[in-house]
Design a protein around this ligand. Structure first.
Ligand code: ZN
Length: 351
């Protein structure tokens, strides 16, 4: 990226009410068949325009063609039986009825590649595509086949690598893996989670990112956050190994969170997508609030490696709130960008 402080979002944006029930996760589609296919494409166009009007530099599909960031990908794989459901605890936080792994998992055909080609055809801006990470995938399933979290994650990593290579060929510039589970299962992350992530990006030439957050702004997550105390130091457990990994970009929750930003020093050298928008509240940040978070992060992230972003996806918010937050993100980044450029000009004049 040549732009200083290029802005992007963590991934999802609200869907139009004619496509799916708004402000709801796993919202059922309101259209069917060919109407659904063209409806998803129209929603993608709107989502892209929403980002472009706000001035977002790295755009995404807003996840308009997916019901959920993990489930939709898994639905396209074989070896998982969606009719055979078991109740499990997701990220040690809440119970959910999930599908069962009943045999070897595989990807019969590409999952998101047609959607990515469509997005590519709509814009010349850099595009980012989000996929679920291997550890977060296994955490939303009951495994009755491999009976090993590590082995199932490794199999998913191989499948994700196939998908990522197809997305890269479709013209995606940054492939992001969503790993909120990295914030929970530290020992496993360090033992095999990061290794699985590296298997998922093996051989890719495009940039790669991992998104690690404290979850969507839903009740189960906000209740969990209340139990985490005054300092959230979860990132500290996994940053040293992540810093050593091959992943290019790390996407984090920073704004309004209790994450001590000095922890970012532990991943110095990596590009960091700094979450400067809180997705767990409807109140819209001012550009100055966004700028304040970015300035704090600049103490620990080199300016050419700082990517202003949102804390997480905005799917559960209203479109109006999401638009306000996108505008604030772009405007806040612009304030800090100008400050950095002015400092650079003054520095050059002083030489
Ligand atoms: Zn997230």
């Amino acid at each position: 990226m040549k732009t200083l402080l290029p802005t992007s979002t963590a991934g999802s944006l609200p869907k139009p009410s004619w496509l799916a029930e708004p402000e709801t996760l796993w919202s059922p589609w309101k259209l069917q068949g060919d109407e659904l296919i063209s409806g998803k494409q129209d929603a993608l166009r709107l989502s892209l325009q929403q980002q472009q009007l706000a001035g977002i530099d790295i755009v995404s599909d807003g996840e308009q063609s997916r019901q959920h960031f993990v489930t939709t990908f898994i639905e396209h794989l074989s070896g998982v039986d969606f009719n055979n459901r078991k109740t499990v605890r997701i990220r040690n936080r809440y119970d959910a009825s999930v599908p069962t792994v009943v045999g070897p998992v595989s990807r019969p055909k590409p999952v998101f590649v047609e959607d990515a080609k469509f997005l590519r055809s709509q814009t010349n801006q850099p595009i980012k595509w989000a996929l679920p990470g291997p550890m977060t995938m296994i955490d939303t399933l009951y495994d009755d086949h491999y009976k090993s979290r590590e082995q199932l994650a490794w199999e998913f990593a191989k499948i994700l690598n196939q998908e990522a290579k197809d997305l890269e060929a479709a013209g995606v510039d940054i492939i992001q893996f969503d790993e909120p589970a990295f914030n929970v299962f530290f020992d496993e992350v360090n033992e095999w989670g990061i290794k699985c992530l590296e298997r998922a990006i093996e051989g890719l030439k495009c940039e790669t990112a991992v998104h690690i957050c404290y979850g969507y702004g839903i009740k189960a997550n906000t209740d969990w956050k209340k139990t985490l105390g005054s300092q959230w130091r979860q990132y500290e457990e996994i940053f040293p190994k992540l810093q050593q990994s091959n992943i290019d970009i790390i996407s984090l929750e920073c704004h309004n969170s209790r994450v001590p930003l000095e922890l970012l020093e532990l991943i110095r050298g990596k590009k960091v997508m700094v979450g400067a928008i809180d997705v767990a509240t409807d109140s819209i940040e001012t550009p100055e609030e966004v700028a304040a978070t970015l300035r704090k992060a600049l103490q620990y992230v080199d300016a050419d490696k700082l990517y202003p972003c949102t804390n997480c996806g905005m799917a559960p918010l209203s479109r109006q709130v999401a638009t306000g937050k996108l505008n604030a993100l772009a405007a806040g980044a612009e304030i800090v960008r100008n400050e950095l450029l002015n400092t650079a000009v003054k520095g050059a004049a002083a030489l």
